[in-house]
Design a protein. Sequence first.
Lengths: 228, 561
Amino acid sequence: MPRCVILGACLAVCAIAVRAQTPALDAGGTITGHIRLTAKIRAPLSANAYPSRAIGKHEAPAIPEIRNVVVYLKDPPFRGALTPLRVELRQQNETFVPHVLAITKGSTVDFPNDDPFFHNVFSLSSAAGFNLGRYPRGQSRPWKFSKSGLVKVFCDIHSHMSASILVLDHPYFAVPGADGNYEIRNVPAGQYTIVGWHERVGERSASVRVDAGRATAVDLTVPVEDVP
Amino acid sequence: MTRPAGPQPPRLLVRTLAVILATVALLLVAVFVVVFVSVRDQVRQSVTSDLESSQRIYAAVESRRQRELQTQAATLAENPTLKAAIDTYAAEAPTASETRRSFWLTTINNELDKVAARIEADAMILADTHQITLAAVGRLGDRWPRGRPIALAGKGSGTLDGVVRAGPLVFRVVSVPLQLSDTPIATLYLATSLDQQYAEELQTLANARTAIVSDGLLVASTLPMAAAREFEASPQSRQASGTAVLDGESYAFRQLVQIGNTSFFALASIDESSRAATRAAVRNLVLIAAGAALLALVASVWLARMLTGPVGRLSASLEAAGRTSGVRVQLPLTGSSRELDTLTETFNAMMASVATAEAQTQAAYTGSIRALATALDARDPYTAGHSERVSVLSVAIARALHLAENDIEVIRLGALLHDIGKIGVPDEVLKKPGALSAAEFDIIKQHPVAGARILRSVPFLESHIPIVELHHERPDGRGYPYGLRGDEIPMHARIVHVADAYDAITSKRAYRGARPSGDAIREIWRFAGTEFHAEVVAALATALPGVTTEGGELVIEQVHA
């Protein structure tokens, strides 16, 4: 498996550091931490007879790989109404921006086309099978995700385009900032499993105990190299 | 001509023919060997260079074909639905229901099937990132059940090219990765089965027999089965090029390409190629040989004729000469060659000297005999010169009778010797003046036989014997010594008999004087038919005036013949 190297050392390491912090003002606790991408998970392809034909690829917004990681609690008990979100997944320079999106169940995603040519958005995922059809620049089509799960989104015109939408049935998730730091607020006190997810490595989890009014720090290491 | 007993030596013609034919045959054999060896050598070189160009052509065509396949594969790899189904399946398969899984797999299969018909590959295989078969379509797609790992053994020009085994089958593959946002999600393999059909296509391309050997095992070949098996087993199948004897045939071979442990070979039979060339050469040589043999035949006949013709003429004239004129023979020059003419001249010169020597010998003999005859005549004064005279007269008579010159010569010498037998007659009988007694006459009558006996000891006087022996025979049979009659007496003897009688009558004797010529003729005429032959007597009468003086004396001039 030469193209996808997971360093053995990193497999073993899901370095978790739980540190006591000063109490917070909120009713629930807060989980903060740092996500570190460690391993090279892909090697450049040595032979691709067909050079990538993506046009304007270099003008595509450079999204740091850390932004493709989602941190969330694994199956937390959540009772209450989820706040539906309305977010955009833009199509720019034959790329979905952002590449990874985390939303709550019931949220709606708009798919505006910024490219001077047609795009298409479709999915074959169990959580949301849809096809928004083809539409030109300037248009946008929405899709409401009413089922939780991972939704893979593709373009039927440009085969190299893909995006992942993580539809969660609770609000305890975050996408780390460019610096790798994340914060999940208002987590009821309790014992949880916290997960760092990346589409190519899946979930990397750790245990975390959240106390009310306090911030708990959990650092995760995800074996993905941050390819600039 | 007599030859020694035993087998005769062969004719000259046979010898020349044999020598020329043997030379021609030797030359032709040498030429054939040289031609055969050089034909084989050239064929080997041309076959080898053919294989080299085959390799170049194959390399060019094959790399183009691989590129095309890669291009096709790359185009197929840009199928969005296929990618979406693969990626979604990969993300959800561990947790999804069987229904969902089969939905994605069906989608994948459908997408593959759509394009498989347009691809010239025996199988199109989709493998996940762990190189495990996800789906396979195409003619031999069923060789790749889902879950079967793909081990790319030996890589070709590109990292993704190589040879893949599937049970007994060996496939040549090109592959391309399926990528999403530069991340590989699967690999698409286009597989070409290295089977008999491939080997035959390769044969058309390489214009030679082909063999594909993988891991030391024969995969496919257009060679005859036995030769293919031998090639599989031979160490040559590990080499890049060379020659090998397979099933009794000599082959030149060359590796077209090697991918890992799999080698593609082109093989060409040197024997097969050289057979045609050798056959053509042999046919030409046989034609040349036939022509040369014909030419040799004609040439040797001509040569033999050139030699045997003059020699034959020489020996024929020699034989003819031997039959007729004894040693006095001069052969004509053949003019065919200097050597033969020299031989003829030498022979002629030799014969001339032999003839001269013989003539001298004869002259010496004749001289001695004449001296003897003269001496004999001289015993009795009355008979002095008698033999000479009889000789002259006999020749004259013979001339009158128009005898041949040969006969005249015989008569000349024979007449000279006719009384040689009288050497054995005692003087008292010979010189007795009176009449002889019967006993004395018997002694006298023995002189012809005695003379003949003397002459028999001298070979060249053989023809003169009848004259000496029979010059006293008479036509009426009353002569001596044998009493022959008429025609039994040879002409020579008859003439000498008449001449002898004439000289006796015209000579002086002890008991009478010499009588004149006329009397003698009359006397002789009287006994013509009884004692003398009539025509000889007539000839005497005719001849006498030519050889006698007016007085009837014989003119003795040319007695020394």
